[in-house]
Structure formats: C-alpha cells, structure tokens
Design a protein around this ligand. Structure first.
Ligand SMILES: CC(=O)N[C@H]1[C@@H](OP(=O)(O)OP(=O)(O)OC[C@H]2O[C@@H](n3ccc(=O)[nH]c3=O)[C@H](O)[C@@H]2O)O[C@H](CO)[C@@H](O)[C@@H]1O
Ligand SMILES: C=C(OP(=O)(O)O)C(=O)O
Length: 431
C-alpha cells in the first residue's frame, strides 16, 4: 500500500534541477534500436516508463549498458528481426508503440503489444497505422498485438488528420529508413518531436522541418553511431512551476529550456505569479492571492494537456471563476472528485471544467487516477491545511524522478509510506 503522506502549508522555496524529458527519451530509446552501431544517450530520466521500455528492448536482443544513472549505451545489433515485443509491463505503457516505427523501419517487420498509457480518453492509433500503410506496410491487429510488415518501405506524402505527437514521431522514424522522400503534413510540433528528429539526424537520418507542421524526410539506407543528450522535461518543470505558485513559494527551476515553458509561464503571469526567465532556468514565485483565468489545452505551442491537472489545482485556489477546456483528451478530469474531497469547487461538463476558486484546501485521503493528476493532487496536498494521503502513486513514478525527494528539498513535508503504522508515525513526528 505505497502512498504519500503530506502535511501541507509550507511554501516551497529553493532550487530544483529538472531531468530529461520522459516523452522525448522514450522515442529516442526506441529509435536507438534502428542502428547496429552504438548510441550513447545521456540526460535520460530514471523513471518507471523508461525502465519498462529498456527491459523490453533488452528482451528482444538490444545490448543495453547503463553507464550511469542518467546515461545509457545501446546497440540494436543483436535484435532478432522476427522478435515479438510483449510482456506484462510493456502492455501498460503508451510509448511501446514507438518500437513499431523503429523495427518496421529497420527490419520491415514489427510485432508489438498494443499500447497502454494513462486512461485519459480513447487513444486510437489510426494515424500511426495510416502513415505506416502509406509507406507500404501491411498492418494486422490480432490477440492484443499489432503487426506491421513490408517488402520495402517507400517514401510518401502523408497528411495527418489529427495533430498527433505519437503518430508524427512513429511515421518519421519508419520513413527515415524508407526508399525515397516522405512529407508529413499537419505534423505535431512539440519539443520532443524536434528532439527525436535531432536524435535520428545524429544517427545519419535526413530530416528537415521538425518543429513546424511540415516535416520532410529523405530516406537513408542505414544509421551509424551517435552521442546524444535528451532535452529537459517541459512537464516536470511546469509541475514545479505550479507547485511554487500553489504553495505561495519561490522556486528556482534549473536545467530547463524557457522557450518550451512559454505557454505555462504566460498563464501563471496572467494570474498574478512572478516568472523570471534565465538562460536555462526559470524562477517562479507568488505572494498574493491569485486571479482566475481561462485555459484551453492545445497542441504545442498551445497550453499542454499534460499540465492541465496541475494548473487546475492552482486555479482552484484563485479568486474568481476559471474555465478549463480540455481539447486533446475527453476524459482528463478524473481527478476532480478527489480534489473536491479537499474542498475545491469544480463542475465538469464534458470537456469543460468550471472552477470556482476557494481560499484554501483541507487535507483528505485521495487517490491518483493517472500520472499528471497524481502530481497535481500532491501539489494540492502540499498547499492544503492538515494531512493528505495520496494513494496509487505508481502512476507518479511513471514520469517523475525522485518526486518526493525534490519536494522535501524545497521544504515540503512529504513522505513515502507503506502502512497505516507509518502514516501514524509521520503524523506524530510532524504533528
Ligand atoms: C508517451 C507520450 O509522449 N505521451 C504524450 C503523447 O501522447 P500521444 O502520442 O498518445 O498523444 P497524441 O498527440 O497522439 O494525441 C493527440 C490527440 O490525437 C488523437 N489521436 C492520436 C493518434 C491517432 O492515431 N489518432 C488520434 O485520433 C488522440 O486521441 C488525441 O485526442 O502526446 C500527448 C499530447 O501532447 C500527451 O498528453 C502524452 O503525454
Ligand atoms: C499522458 C501521459 O503519458 P502517456 O502518454 O505515456 O500515458 C503523460 O506523460 O502525461
């Protein structure tokens, strides 16, 4: 019964260093199997999803050497081209689907368990499939596995019907080892799409335009060795930004790319927080009661859906009524019932949440329904009066490294506990 026990009320103050981006690192790792050479990758976050993917890659024959806590050397030379990617853990993560594009590109054959991931709405993969088919692959879905096979992959002009991070990256990977040229239109522009394109280029791919909505790929025959460093995690950084504001603290958030945080910074400034940008850091603080605002989640450079729950917690403490429209995933307000237990006043109608700000939260026993909602409930607990427990924190480990340690260093009273006895002990100690 792993859970967090939190005593709220301390403003979070100090410095925190942000790790590598989970949602960039996952496709970069998958793409690393596309070369028989060696890839040295650093700034790799040590989080659960990464470890699940690395284990699955090892199981199909990739040579994985953890040369440091945040550094890994990978060679895809030993992979069996006829392999199946499947185990009980890989079925639970979303990014398993990147092995379809990577293996299809390299071996013209991939068979991978259908992806899992956070339950935040229906998450079809039709655009991935459409892209692979247009490159010449045949797709079959059977017994929870997706197979993609092709005699050869040929470049194509692909228009994505929806802006999809996963489909853009997956098709970009497969197309980079196809014959001829590919154009992906209506591509996702997220920083992690650019990071994966840069990684593929450093192995020898010829990709231009990543970060715009048209990506042009000239297929090459094979990839070679490379050395690469993953970009900082936009969402981990954003989470600490909202933690600073919700607890009326003052945090210097280091190892970030401020440009990637602009949508989050702009909203925090709008509600009355102070955000100061440095070359690779942002300092975020709040002293007074926050003002309300409206937010619509959108593909990059819009406000990220992965920051929606953390921002909702912050707005629930503001003065006035805020409206959040969730335009990416239709079921991403599952944390609202939990937050209501802490005193928040939020009404959800479909994809819209209407938040009437309250003066403060009170501690309660809540559970994390998914990764970002879990982080948001922890922030709520840190800003609440009294004790909060957050259960189902396995979700949080999927994407945050040393979350409770980082929060403790900032003055948060939070501890990982395994029993009611430990909860009681914490309460006695902290009083
Ligand atoms: C591992 C990873 O990087 N996960 C991120 C990735 O998820 P993921 O790659 O699953 O998200 P997408 O960008 O693909 O999804 C965006 C929208 O497109 C729809 N869609 C997507 C693919 C498809 O084939 N058909 C389709 O209709 C989805 O249902 C959703 O409504 O981007 C999301 C949007 O920024 C983030 O919330 C996730 O944290
Ligand atoms: C939704 C997320 O992850 P995934 O797509 O892996 O479920 C996330 O990172 O917020």
């Amino acid at each position: 019964m792993e859970q967090y026990i939190i005593k709220g009320g301390n403003p979070l103050v100090g410095e925190v260093v942000i790790g590598g981006a989970k949602n960039a690192a996952l496709p970069v790792l998958a793409a690393a199997v596309m070369t028989d050479g060696k890839c040295m990758i650093d700034n790799m976050p040590d989080v659960r999803d990464i470890n699940v993917l690395l284990q699955a890659m090892q199981e199909i024959g990739a040579d994985i050497d953890r040369t440091g806590k945040h550094e890994v050397t990978i060679s895809g030379k030993g992979i069996h081209p006829e392999c199946d990617v499947d185990n009980e853990f890989i079925r639970k993560i979303r990014a398993s689907y990147y092995l379809i594009g990577a293996l299809l590109g390299k071996y013209k054959r991939a068979r991978v368990a259908l992806p899992g991931g956070c339950e935040i709405g229906s998450r079809p993969i039709d655009q991935h499939i459409k892209g692979f088919k247009m490159l010449g692959a045949e797709i079959e879905i059977e017994n929870g596995m997706i197979s993609a096979t092709a005699k050869e992959l040929r470049g194509a002009h692909i228009y994505m019907d929806v802006v999809s991070v996963g489909a853009t990256i997956n098709v970009m990977m497969a197309a980079s080892l196809a014959k001829g040229n590919t154009i992906i239109e209506n591509a996702a522009k997220e920083p992690h799409v650019v990071d994966v394109a840069n990684f593929l280029n450093s192995m020898g791919a010829k990709i231009r335009g990543a970060g715009t909505d048209v990506i042009r790929i000239k297929g090459v025959e094979r990839f070679g060795d490379c050395q690469y460093s993953i970009i900082p995690d936009q969402i981990e950084a954003g989470t600490f930004m909202t933690a600073a504001v919700a607890t009326k603290g003052d945090i210097m958030i280091k190892n970030v790319i401020p440009k990637h945080l602009e949508a989050i910074s702009a909203k925090l400034i709008e509600i009355g927080a102070e955000v100061v940008e440095f070359d690779d850091a942002v300092r975020v603080s709040a002293t007074k009661r926050l003002e309300s605002t409206n937010i619509k989640t959108l593909p990059y450079p819009g406000f990220p859906t992965d920051m929606q729950p953390q921002m909702a917690v912050t707005l629930a403490l503001s003065n006035g009524t805020s409206v959040i429209s969730e335009s990416i995933f239709e079921n991403r307000f599952r944390y609202v019932d939990e937050l209501t237990k802490m005193g928040a006043t939020i009404q959800v109608d479909g994809r819209t949440a209407i938040i009437s700000g309250v003066e403060g939260f009170t501690g309660a026993d809540v559970h994390a329904p998914d990764l970002r909602a879990g982080a948001a409930l922890v922030i709520a607990g840190l800003s609440a009066k009294g004790f909060t427990t957050v259960s189902d924190i396995g979700y949080i480990y999927r994407g945050y490294e040393q979350f409770e340690q980082k929060l403790t260093q900032l003055g948060g009273e939070i501890q990982l506990v395994n029993s009611e006895k430990e909860v009681a002990k914490f309460k006695l100690k902290i009083g």
